[in-house]
Design a protein around this ligand. Structure first.
Ligand code: RBF
Ligand code: MG
Length: 146
């Protein structure tokens, strides 16, 4: 797997309006990065589900990230979507989001139902929440980049 050579990976950009599907259909809102940030990813960076830290307006949160074509929804454009492990009251469109991707969870998959996709994402969130408590991962939390 090629992703290993790129971690930790630092990215930042302004949050774009996505399809709104994350909140509406899944109940799991995601902050979408604009195309210029997605196209900056190295070509060999594997599509998949990652975790790390998100910096937004001076606070740092745990996050999970999906990179790829969302096979379940058959997207034609590659996306880079961050789910922050925090409940926000309003939407985050236009805000600057800095992330450090510190670990890999799994490859993107297709699912036979929306419920299966949601269950898998909830499991990803649990894995991220847990892994980010490791000392090796916590050391990135105070990075000035965020
Ligand atoms: N979409 C897929 O088609 N397959 C996946 O395996 C998949 N895993 C995801 C894991 C996480 C942690 C998140 C936040 C999203 C994932 N998605 C996946 C993307 C999901 O379909 C997308 O967030 C919604 O379609 C909203 O754009
Ligand atoms: Mg989204």
């Amino acid at each position: 797997m090629a992703y290993k050579q790129f971690l930790p990976y630092f990215a930042s950009g302004k949050i774009n309006k996505g399809f709104g599907r994350g909140s509406a259909a899944l109940g799991i809102p995601t902050a979408n990065y604009p195309e210029d940030v997605v196209s900056t990813l190295p070509a060999e960076f594997d599509n998949g589900i990652y975790y790390g830290w998100a910096g937004l307006e001076g606070s740092v949160y745990k996050m999970v990230l999906s990179i790829g074509w969302n096979p379940f929804f058959k997207n034609i454009k590659k996306s880079m979507e961050v789910h922050i492990l925090h409940k926000f009251s309003g939407d985050l469109y236009g805000k600057q989001l800095n992330i450090i991707i510190t670990g890999f969870i799994r490859l993107e998959k297709d699912f036979s139902s929306l419920d299966d996709l949601i269950a898998e994402i909830k499991n990803d969130i649990k894995i991220a929440d847990d892994k980010l408590n490791d000392e090796q991962m916590l050391k990135y939390k105070n990075n000035d980049f965020l």
